[in-house]
Design a protein around this ligand. Structure first.
Ligand code: B12
Length: 223
């Protein structure tokens, strides 16, 4: 299993999408994220193992970027490689029960274009039995408010990946609180912490989607 974590991490970090992709030149002709993910699932490897590989690869390219050893183009191609793996995993993540437990509206906050984590959270929460309404990226507060008004009783999920967009998250939370005080707001994203969650008055923070599903399940059917 560990072998696949490392193989996927390498493809994601290096941006090796599939066998025919010419990038990176040192991996020309070798299998990429596409072939390796397909092979792993065929061999019975759990989708979570592939996700671990993706996260490890993203961490590596993120670290290189912060140390000026990689460029935005590298981040983009790594994101393409990771999305290729996610396409293989999607049917597993979304194969939850058909009856929906509630509505979960999610979006990346205003000014922020990162959507890989948000998409993953959407898939896992869909698999957890909720109907997910995905508003996309760079979502202005008004769009969240409009969507709540049309989907009373829904849960809200906000994602932010940049320290500079955390204040937009705070503004969205404040506006939602003011207009729809009973709406439960979940937040996440790499720079987000429990302290920040408490500080801005959101209801729940988790560093991953699985804990969010647990929270939603408890919230719809309190013990
Ligand atoms: C891929 C990437 C990009 C891609 C995004 C592609 C896409 N379609 O998303 C591109 C190239 C577009 C990009 C652009 C930029 N990026 Co960028 N990017 C990354 C990178 C490498 C990976 C992010 C990622 O997808 N991780 C994988 C996913 C699965 O993890 P995740 O998003 O954290 O989500 C998980 C959890 O956080 C949580 N979660 C997330 N959301 C939510 C929501 C809820 C409700 C819950 C419960 C949980 C939850 O669950 C997820 C699954 O476990 C990170 C580095 C890193 N390691 O984080 C930098 C990073 C976030 N980027 C960074 C920067 C600086 C930028 C740019 C400003 C670069 C530039 N100069 O242009 C731009 C900003 C563009 C914009 N306005 O948004 C910095 C941010 C630094 C900071 N302190 O703010 C980072 C940290 C890189 C670095 N080390 O410097 N980026």
């Amino acid at each position: 299993m560990q072998e696949y974590v490392e193989k996927i991490a390498m493809c994601v970090a290096q941006g090796k999408v599939n066998k025919s992709s010419p990038f990176p030149p040192n991996m020309k002709g070798q299998d990429g994220a596409d072939e390796i993910a397909a092979e792993a699932l065929k061999n019975g490897v759990q989708p979570n193992v592939l996700l671990d590989g993706c996260m490890l690869g993203m961490d590596r390219i993120g670290k290189d970027f912060s140390e000026n050893k990689a460029f935005v183009t590298n981040l983009i191609i790594s994101a393409v490689a990771m999305n290729t793996v996610l396409k293989h995993i999607k049917p597993f993540l979304e194969s939850g029960e058909v009856k929906r437990k509630g509505k979960f509206v999610i979006g990346t906050v205003s000014g922020d274009l990162h959507d890989i984590g948000k998409n993953l959270v959407s898939m896992i929460i869909t698999g957890g039995g909720f109907e997910v309404i995905d508003l996309g990226v760079d979502v202005p507060t008004n769009k969240f408010l409009d969507t709540i008004s049309k989907n009373q009783g829904c849960y809200i999920g906000l994602s932010a990946l940049l320290t500079t967009t955390m204040s937009n998250m705070e503004n969205s939370v404040a506006a939602i609180r003011q207009t729809y005080p009973d709406t439960k707001i979940l937040i996440g994203g790499a720079p987000i912490t429990q302290n920040f969650c408490t500080q801005i008055g959101a209801d729940f923070y988790s560093p991953n989607a699985y804990e969010a599903v647990e929270y939603l399940n408890k919230s719809v059917a309190p013990a």
